[in-house]
Design a binder for this molecule. Structure first.
Ligand SMILES: Cc1ncc(COP(=O)(O)O)c(C=O)c1O
Length: 471
């Protein structure tokens, strides 16, 4: 049933006409679309505090005009022929629009940062959500513990200890709305604690850069080489806090070497600082042993940030921070002061999903699927783009592809789009100072396309690069 905002001017009288006019305006602006079911005349009359006869008169008028269709047993709906004004309905940029209002993606979408959304375990998630809802006592539907419901924090502590070798007990775990939320909250805390600078890898994630840039801290961009973050350069930066992706550097895919891990831990102890460990795609490892998280090495100096965005779906906006107890306490207070905590039903659904083994099962399936996709894309790139250098293949759900020297990155991205392939250039991920010297490169997300489509995408991309290089 649709809840609709219909402002009425009671002093102006003619309430039925006002209601009818309100519905017409809502249809014209696209707020109400064909097929939408309207409230019963009784419910709407109660909501608007008018007599039922007023609403019945308005509905009859609109039905006579063809705006509404009333069917016994099906209530009253907006008629299929009721069209919004063209200007209101026209999609921006003329792109096709899907039922959820977003523009339709290109046929071969290699945008990074998304898992295979078609593989979201809808049925098992519904079962977990149903089980949670069936068993939750009524008082669990009040405001939650802002740090996260205890049952989820306990499940996450067990999972992260088992799978990521994290030093996690429920008191250290705070539920956040994804890595991004954890990062923003931690940056606010660092600023309040007197930090002036944050060090971050160069290149880094385009999604996270704006959060860092608005946090009121000076950003010290630290280069990444074949061993990962350059810790000597970090030490020269003067920062006492660093955001780092040790398990699979974003976007280059480099794994922080054992020597650099040791240097980084020595650095953080030396400066009495804090490491923010972004473990964004740690679930997916293919050709190498999983590397335990840094947090497990020094749990009092490292905050582990993770989420279900790559393992299940970014739409859930569910993640965690595993932090030293004092930091975890302040994160919980931050949530209590700023948003009163994460949605409770989703937290309990994830708890059920973890507890019942659904999460592990889903990850096993996805690891197999992504490995096959990774193989297909890497193989097709070798065939169609033999002069490109492909990095970061052993883990995650994207590849970092250095284009042949002389390629114009923007030109390749634009040409690929004309061929129906959405790819992302890497230049904007570098600091302005290093972007000019960085080789042209693409970040290719492969999680969402079948092997056949990945091979085709690589072929089309190969053509775009050949033309982009002027060949
Ligand atoms: C490297 C990296 N970390 C974290 C995030 C944000 O993840 P979340 O959805 O958990 O906030 C992104 C988003 O794309 C990312 O690229």
């Amino acid at each position: 049933m649709t809840d609709i905002h219909l402002p009425l001017d009671r002093s102006a009288g003619r309430l039925a006409a006002q209601i009818a006019a309100g519905f017409r305006a809502a249809v014209r602006s696209g707020r109400l679309t064909a097929g939408t079911r309207l409230p019963s005349s009784r419910d709407l009359a109660r909501d608007l505090d008018v007599s039922r006869g007023v609403v019945v008169a308005a509905y009859e008028q609109l039905t006579a005009e063809g705006f509404l269709i009333a069917r016994r047993g099906d209530g009253t709906r907006i008629a299929p022929l009721a069209r919004p004004d063209e200007a209101a309905a026209r999609p921006r940029q003329g792109a096709p629009v899907r039922p959820d209002g977003a523009p339709a993606p290109l046929p071969y979408d290699l945008t990074p940062g998304r898992p295979d959304l078609a593989a979201f375990p809808r049925e098992r998630w519904i079962a977990a959500a149903r089980a949670a809802l069936r068993t939750l006592p009524n008082d669990a539907l009040g405001y939650p513990d802002a740090a996260g419901v205890p049952a989820l924090r306990a499940e996450l502590a067990g999972y992260l200890g088992r799978v990521r070798a994290a030093h996690a007990d429920p008191a250290r775990v705070v539920v956040m709305n994804g890595v991004a939320h954890g990062l923003s909250a931690l940056l606010a805390m660092l600023r309040d604690a007197g930090h002036r600078e944050l060090a971050v890898e160069d290149p880094t994630s385009a999604r996270q850069l704006p959060m860092m840039e608005t946090a009121g801290l000076r950003l010290a961009r630290v280069p990444v080489d074949a061993e990962g973050l350059d810790v000597a350069a970090l030490a020269r930066s003067g920062a006492r806090a660093v955001l780092v992706t040790p398990a699979h550097q974003y976007p280059t895919g480099v794994v922080l070497s054992p020597a650099r891990r040791a240097e980084l831990i020595a650095w953080v102890r030396d400066v009495d600082g804090l490491i923010l460990e972004d473990d964004y795609d740690a679930e997916f490892r293919y050709d190498r042993d999983p590397v335990g998280c840094l947090q497990g090495v020094d749990p009092d100096r490292v905050v582990l940030l993770g989420s279900v965005s790559k393992s299940l779906a970014p739409a859930l906006r569910l993640g965690w921070a595993v932090a030293p107890p004092s930091v975890a306490g302040r994160l919980g207070e931050h949530r209590a002061r700023t948003d009163l905590g994460a949605p409770v039903l989703e937290q309990h659904a994830l708890t059920e999903f973890l507890r019942g083994g659904g999460y592990d099962r889903h990850l096993r399936t996805m690891r197999r699927r992504y490995r096959a996709r990774r193989d297909a894309l890497a193989g097709a790139l070798a065939a169609h783009l033999p002069d490109a250098r492909v990095h970061g293949v052993s883990a995650g759900i994207h590849l970092y592809v250095e284009l042949p020297a002389g390629c114009d990155e923007d030109e390749v991205v634009a040409r690929a789009a004309r061929e129906g392939v959405a790819v992302t250039g890497a230049r904007s991920l570098w600091s302005p100072g290093r972007a000019a010297a960085a080789p042209p490169a693409l970040v290719l997300g492969y999680a969402g396309l079948s092997e056949t489509r990945l091979v085709k995408a690589a072929e089309l991309l190969g053509q775009a690069v050949t033309h982009g290089a002027g060949g």
